[in-house]
Write a protein that binds this ligand. Structure first.
Ligand code: UD1
Length: 365
């Protein structure tokens, strides 16, 4: 059996690592031979968004690099499609696995669908119901053309059934990103990264912000930055800057006002350092999908600076509060976070470190 895995952007790497490992382990247990090919589209190419994570997660070096780089959505998606079609022609896999919702996910899925290669979508069915998000378009379309849809939470099956996808294609298996978190958590927490950055256990917050809707509009970015400066007078903040956000802050001249705040700006952290800083934080303010999930398992109060979440289980079972993007609402969430005094999250079903094992069993049977 020849299986081809695709990674493109940072959040894909944590999801693919346990899949490759579990597919190999399940094949060995069944005494079957399996060839796994890893393709990196190169959507993310900066070392701190890609190479460093490969090393930390123990991912094998990609067998094929497409080096597509950045660009507009059309250009980036198109470049992946053109390059990846050649890979599929040459490799002819029995199965192609894509994860998440980035441009590389839909580009590779489209190629495979047109060549009749069975597609597995891991993290299927999540919906923000906000079609202005590029990821929402990528999710809906990838799910429509996938053959196996592996879901992380109950809402995902409901969404897929509503969109006309047959029940037999949907498998509720849990969350592969949490597999990776649980595997590395204990070692990560002990790294002391936050202390090296001058921060004290549970006496600081972590910020991540990269959604185009939050950072591309200078006005919106300015009001979020003012709010974060205000928060930092109550709680010092650590803010690892995504390249998109960094360039927008520089462009709008906001980096100078930040340098006079109680916010520590750093380059994107490696996976283990980021988990260390998150786990030891008192609170996290984010617009990332994955961070909402990670804080739920780490039991760290999370404020999501978005109007919607495609991951509602992090609100109903986890530590997440959906605050919206208005500074007053974020401030209220900061001051009155329900999990701030005592965090008692319920673990969402199957977020137990075994999601990739379940996927491997289903695919190899
Ligand atoms: C992408 C994903 C998003 C995911 C995020 C995680 C899509 C539509 N978006 O958004 O879902 O949450 O990755 O980080 O696929 N850049 C670098 N180095 C890199 C990559 C990008 O400097 O390695 C810069 C480029 O200037 C680029 C900008 O960051 O224009 C944005 O990168 P891009 O891949 O377009 O989208 P992300 O915002 O990273």
């Amino acid at each position: 059996m020849k299986v081809l895995h695709v990674v493109g952007a940072r959040p894909n790497l944590m999801k693919v690592a346990p899949l490759i490992e579990s597919m190999a382990a399940e094949a060995a247990a069944q005494r079957r031979s399996i060839e796994q090919i890893l393709v990196h589209t190169g959507q993310h190419y900066s070392p701190e968004l890609s190479k460093l994570l490969f090393d930390e997660l123990g991912l094998p070096k990609p067998d094929i690099n497409l080096n597509v780089g950045s660009g507009s959505h059309g250009a980036q998606t198109g470049r992946v499609m053109i390059a990846f079609e050649e890979v599929l022609k040459e490799q002819r896999p029995d199965l192609m696995l894509v994860v998440g919702d980035v441009n590389s996910t839909i580009a590779c899925a489209l190629d495979a669908a047109k060549m009749g290669i069975p597609i597995v979508h891991v993290e299927a069915g999540l919906r923000s119901f906000d079609r202005s998000m590029p990821e929402e378009i990528n999710r809906i379309l990838t799910d429509q053309i996938s053959d196996w849809l592996f879901t992380t939470e109950k809402s995902a099956r409901d969404n897929l059934l509503r969109e006309g996808i047959e029940d037999r294609r949907i498998h509720f298996v849990g969350n592969v990103m949490i597999d990776t978190l649980l595997k590395h958590r204990d070692a990560a927490v002990l790294r002391g990264t936050h202390r090296r950055l001058g921060l004290v256990d549970k006496a600081y917050g972590v910020v991540t912000l990269h959604r185009p809707s939050n950072v591309d509009d200078p006005c919106g970015l300015r009001s979020i930055v003012s709010l974060l400066v205000k928060v930092s007078h109550d709680l010092p903040l650590l803010w690892p800057l995504h390249p998109r956000t960094k360039s927008q802050l520089e462009r709008s001249g906001l980096n100078t006002s930040l340098s006079r705040s109680n916010i520590t700006l750093v380059d994107p952290l490696g996976y283990l350092d980021f988990i260390c800083c998150t786990a030891n934080a008192r609170m996290v303010l984010t617009d990332s999908g994955g961070v909402q999930e990670e804080t739920t398992i780490l039991g760290v109060p999370c404020i999501t600076m978005r109007d919607n979440t495609e991951r509602p289980v992090t609100v109903t079972h986890g530590t997440n509060v959906l605050a919206g993007t208005h500074p007053d609402a974020i401030w209220q969430a900061f001051k009155n976070h329900p999990h701030a005094a005592q965090s008692i999250p319920m673990t969402p079903k199957f977020w137990d470190g075994k999601a990739a094992e379940r996927i491997a069993k289903i695919l190899l049977n």
